[in-house]
Ligand binder design. Structure first.
Ligand SMILES: [Zn+2]
Length: 168
């Protein structure tokens, strides 16, 4: 799959969002850009700091590492021999936090989409991600989002009132 950015632009993007560039997340971003689905990075001030946010559609996307978030898959069920108790506790906390975060986002009217690292294997991973997002979120290009690595310029309104509408 070709990158839509030149190497120079790519480095600039990477610098800007430093610290959030895990391999799996990059795969997801690339797939969404290729499909013309807009998103924002940086969490938009939302609980749990979602990896990608589609503000216009009120969709919050998390890209989870299977080990850290205790996915029900071979990688996620792996137990390190050393300090097993420590890792178990840490992953249990992560899972509990994920549940809390998803709950509070849902309460605020967000749809939460979790993409697991193990789902991103294979040449057709990008296509599967896009189709999963389309199914779950009816994602279309929203003018509120740009099809690039933009960050959230302002925190979303926490007040009540009309939600999911953005000025165009
Ligand atoms: Zn997994």
């Amino acid at each position: 799959m070709t990158d839509v950015f030149t190497p120079d632009q790519r480095s600039a993007v990477m610098r800007r969002v430093k610290g959030r560039d895990t391999g799996p997340e990059v795969t997801v971003r690339r797939a969404l850009r290729a499909a013309g689905i807009g998103y924002r990075l940086g969490g938009c001030g939302l609980p749990g700091r979602p990896d990608l946010v589609m503000k216009g559609r009120r969709v919050a996307v998390f890209v989870h590492g299977c080990f850290w978030h205790g996915h029900d898959c071979p990688r996620g069920s792996r137990r390190p021999k050393a300090n097993a108790g420590y890792w178990d506790a840490k992953r249990t906390r992560n899972r509990a936090r994920d549940v809390d975060v998803a709950r509070s986002l849902a309460r605020d009217g967000w749809r939460v989409v979790t993409i697991w690292e193990c789902e991103l294997k294979g040449a057709d991973a990008g296509r599967r991600v896009v189709s999963a997002l389309r199914n779950q979120a009816a994602a279309v290009v929203s003018r509120a989002d740009s099809a690039s690595d933009s960050t959230c310029s302002s925190a979303p309104s926490r007040a009540g009132g009309v939600r999911g509408f953005e000025t165009k």
